[in-house]
Design a protein around this ligand. Structure first.
Ligand SMILES: Cc1cc2nc3c(=O)[nH]c(=O)nc-3n(C[C@H](O)[C@H](O)[C@H](O)COP(=O)(O)OP(=O)(O)OC[C@H]3O[C@@H](n4cnc5c(N)ncnc54)[C@H](O)[C@@H]3O)c2cc1C
Length: 499
């Protein structure tokens, strides 16, 4: 049976040309070479996070041997890489594999409706170049849309915000010409961005204060992996990369497991390293000892102790207090103190965005994701032919992104081989009353907690759990059978490829 589509039709549409989208396109070309695909990207360039963020010192906070793709060795000298090097890695991957030719930039997917009659997703897409809404259709939708709002970061309401006479900057929109030389800078926040910015800005600013409400775990580590470098000298790139990647995955897992099993011991280890880099420091308890256990929120990496050194050397300092208001000259605190500043950087975090804000519907019925169970942490109950990429919060994002893309390819090949056009995760008959839990548990980071109510649920048994466990995911997602009784396959019309 043929059905004709009024819009441009391809087999697979990938939404987003960031680290995940380019990786997914690579896997698709490699494992499903006969599938026609497009990448729709709302921005004017690829790279996502690594193209958007331009603040001084922007870098990864996980090692590139696990943040890099499983198919393309990371061969640069440093394990903790700067933003431009990561962007270059993504661009080179796309160029080498000819993925660029499949990308349509300035194409923001607004809505996607699954049509059972056509066995196709019908997409409404805003084309910014022409300011027109255009339509695309495909059999399979692979969302690689990241997890946060690109238009703006999270900014809490600060009393007197407009009163401040100096400059206020959010790291997500760093002004190219911002001159902070010899200026007094206050960075609000204590997450990875603040921890990255402080030592970098401290090199030129008059003084930098990191103003935090409460401390975060900061772990000192070298930015270079000497074992990796040694292996690179001895072995072909691919072999050296595979060994280093395996080593680092095991190491990350071990640290995370230790943090869960013996948080007290891990805490002491982190504090010991910090104290060593800080030297004599009177207020350690107040500024460096968090109220939660390690890995209940993402741990901040401090490469080569740079953050601690800037504090030790007096170029920067930490204030732990609560903001009452912005004043003309700075920030007034609950303690009564006023922090004077020429520049305030609001490193207050990201605004979580679910599924790239694409409005999903099935046969015209809007899908409320919060009422759906996530299947293998990448599909959703009763939503056909849609896989969404969401990396790990306790390990490198790409470990999960690779697994997700590989699973999608296995699924596509299974459907092609069995002649089925629709696959839909369905709860088993005895699971209809399954209790839904938070999609991510034991993780208290603000950006997740603020939007938890919009995320799908996880169940209490496989394949409905979101374990955040790479080793387990390799079994369930990587090697588990496609036909598991929960993913239901049905027939559907074959599109007229002449369209
Ligand atoms: C500053 C910063 C540092 C980070 N460092 C690390 C790290 O060290 N290690 C780690 O594991 N993770 C890190 N992360 C998480 C990071 O986002 C991921 O590692 C990874 O880059 C995500 O890639 P992605 O392609 O999935 O998403 P993104 O990089 O967010 O890319 C998504 C792309 O999809 C596009 N898009 C979204 N919605 C739509 C739509 N509706 N239509 C069309 N296009 C759309 C966006 O424009 C974007 O180009 C960091 C995040 C930030 C913000």
């Amino acid at each position: 049976m043929l059905c004709s589509m009024s819009s441009e039709y391809v087999d697979v549409i990938i939404v987003g040309a960031g680290l995940s989208g380019i990786g997914a396109a690579w896997h698709l070309q490699d494992k499903c070479p006969d599938r026609r695909y497009l990448v729709l990207e709302e921005r004017q360039s690829m790279g996502g996070t690594w193209d958007l963020f331009r603040y001084p010192g922007i870098r990864s906070d996980s090692d590139m041997y696990t943040l890099g793709y499983n198919f393309r060795p990371w061969t640069e000298g440093k394990a903790i890489a700067d933003g431009p090097s990561i962007l270059n890695y993504i661009r080179e991957t796309a160029a080498e594999a000819g993925i660029d030719e499949h990308i349509r930039y300035q194409h923001a997917v607004i809505a996607a409706n699954w049509s059972t009659a056509n066995a196709a997703w019908e997409l409404k897409v805003h084309d910014a170049a022409t300011d027109a809404v255009v339509t695309y259709s495909c059999n399979f939708l692979l969302l690689c849309a990241g997890y946060y709002n690109y238009a703006q970061g999270y900014l809490p309401e600060f009393k007197g915000y407009d009163r401040f006479a100096g400059e206020i900057v959010h790291p997500q929109h760093w002004p190219e010409d911002l001159d902070y030389r010899d200026k007094r800078v206050v960075i609000i926040g204590s997450g990875a961005t603040a921890v990255t910015l402080l030592p970098e800005m401290a090199k030129d600013a008059a003084h930098v204060v990191m103003l935090q409400r409460s401390p975060t775990y900061m772990a000192s580590a070298p930015d270079t992996d000497w074992i990796a470098k040694f292996l690179q000298r001895l072995l072909p790139d691919k072999v050296a990369y595979a060994i280093t990647r395996w080593k680092n995955i095991q190491y990350q897992r071990w640290i995370y497991w230790q943090a869960r099993k013996t948080p007290g011991k891990v805490k002491q280890k982190i504090f010991k390293l910090a104290r060593k880099d800080l030297g004599e420091y009177a207020d350690f308890e107040q500024h460096f000892v968090p109220s939660y256990n390690p890995w209940e929120q993402r741990l901040c990496l401090v490469p080569n102790g740079d953050f601690f050194h800037a504090v030790r050397d007096g170029q920067a300092s930490i204030v732990t207090d609560t903001i009452t208001e912005f004043t003309a000259h700075g920030i007034r605190l609950e303690s009564g103190k006023e922090l004077e500043a020429d520049i305030i950087v609001t490193a207050t975090g990201l605004d979580l965005r679910v599924l790239g804000d694409v409005q999903i519907s099935v046969d015209g019925e809007p899908v409320d994701l919060a009422k759906k169970f996530s299947y293998k942490s990448m599909m959703f109950s009763d939503v056909p032919n849609l896989v969404s990429t969401f990396g790990y919060i306790n390990a490198s994002w790409t470990l999960k992104a690779d697994l997700t893309a590989e699973y999608a390819c296995r699924l596509l090949n299974h459907m092609a081989a069995s002649g089925k056009r629709q696959c839909t995760p369905r709860l088993g008959e005895d699971q209809q009353d399954m209790v839904g839990n938070d999609w991510i548990d034991c993780f208290s980071s603000g950006y997740i907690q603020r939007k938890l109510h919009l995320l799908p649920m996880q169940g209490n048994e496989s394949p409905w759990r979101n374990t955040q466990n790479y080793a387990l995911d390799r079994k369930v997602i990587g090697k588990g059978p496609i036909e598991d009784g929960f993913l239901r396959f049905t027939d559907g019309p074959v599109p007229d490829r002449r369209q």
